[in-house]
Design a protein around this ligand. Structure first.
Ligand code: TXA
Ligand code: MG
Length: 341
């Protein structure tokens, strides 16, 4: 059962201390957590997720945590960003303290640190070794799949796998897409680099540190969430612009394609009736990102031939959403061109 009363949080703490895995809510997405300083527990996370072992995990910390226990040579920009955005959806990549086992970083010399704002995550972190422990947690989904924003999604991903001891339920994740990841480990040579946009954009970061973060280069630390194809449902997903949406749906309908549509523009009744499934998205960026993964999962479950997504607008508030949609559609954009040719 997925719960988050104090007994289940204590149970989760005991599981972490025993080297076992727990799923817990954060304001971004649900995490699959393990003791960050226990290499065997870390190995179990990789095994359960089916994730390559050289992809580093983010370490989640309590608000009261002492950052210097986890990181070395913390740049002043990091402190400014922690003051501005923690607890919240920003992960900072800094140099890992020598005594923290390398397993959590996939062998790299850096470490990803994040202080989540969700009250259940904070309660768990405060109780785990009296705020001195760190919980390594990737999103609680199988590798490459859509991240979970509800406890039920975690159950859908892992079923009753006994390796996952507890699923804490904290309701639907507020932000809905994963944290922004900012690399500060190469300040001297490269400056700040935004490895993954999120609710916090490059522009938001520039407001605090007075410098716009750069885009990832070849030497940038590996981020599996930055693989060209990621965050993808099983049903092929394609993006269409608002202006092409109706014509595209007409053609696909005439071909007998079973289409699940994610849209925000109003649809004529007649056209809506031809769809296999649809989800009307909110117009504002934050409300849209809150619903994004739950909508993708619902449309995926409909069993259509394809999921058509009306492309949202551009602009820094939409960077995180557009990044995830590009990755979800990376392998499938050619499909639409082929069908419409
Ligand atoms: O919002 C989030 O960040 C969620 C919640 C659970 O906190 N977590 C999450 O974890 O999205 P995951 O593992 O699905 O994605 C984290 C990304 C990975 O792509 C990983 O490669 C990158 O962060 N990462 C972690 N530590 C890193 C490091 N030391 N250097 C470079 N990238 C790192
Ligand atoms: Mg993930």
């Amino acid at each position: 059962m997925a719960t988050s009363d104090s007994a289940s949080i204590r149970h989760a703490v005991q599981a972490l201390e025993a080297g076992r895995l727990v799923a817990f809510p954060t304001e971004t997405v649900y995490g699959l957590g393990a003791d960050a300083e226990n290499p065997e527990a870390i190995a179990a996370v990789y095994a359960l997720k089916g994730r390559p072992p050289d992809h580093p995990l983010i370490v989640h910390l309590a608000q009261e945590a002492d950052i210097s226990r986890w990181a070395e040579a913390i740049p002043s920009e990091a402190q400014k960003l922690m003051d501005a955005f923690w607890p919240g959806p920003l992960t900072l990549i800094v140099k890992r303290a020598a005594h923290i086992p390398a397993a959590v970083s996939g062998g790299q010399e850096t470490i990803g640190l994040r202080c989540p704002s969700h009250p259940v995550a904070q309660a768990l972190l405060s109780l785990f070794r009296n705020s001195k422990g760190g919980i390594a947690a990737p999103s609680a989904n199988r590798f490459g799949h859509v991240s979970p924003t509800l406890a039920r999604h975690v159950r859908d991903e892992f079923g009753d796998d006994p390796r996952l001891e507890v699923i804490l339920d904290g309701g639907q994740s507020e932000v809905g897409i994963e944290s922004a990841i900012l690399d500060l480990s190469r300040m001297q040579t490269r400056g700040p680099v935004l490895l993954r946009p999120g609710k916090i954009s490059g522009a938001d970061i520039a407001d605090v540190i007075g410098q716009m973060p750069g885009a990832p280069d070849v030497a940038a630390p590996r981020v599996s969430g930055s693989l060209a194809s990621h965050y993808a449902p099983r049903t092929p997903v394609v993006l269409v612009t608002s202006s092409r949406m109706q014509a595209t749906l007409d053609v696909l309908g005439n071909q007998g394609q079973r289409v699940a549509l994610m849209h925000y523009s109003p649809l004529p009744e007649k056209l809506a009736a031809t769809l296999f499934a649809r989800f009307a998205m909110p117009l504002a960026a934050q409300a849209y990102s809150h619903d994004l993964y739950a909508a993708l999962r619902l449309l995926d479950e409909a069993g259509a031939d394809m999921i058509v997504v009306e492309a949202p607008q551009e602009g820094s508030a939409w960077d995180g959403v557009n990044d995830r949609l590009r990755r979800a559609t990376y392998n499938t954009q050619g499909l639409l061109d082929a069908l419409l040719a």
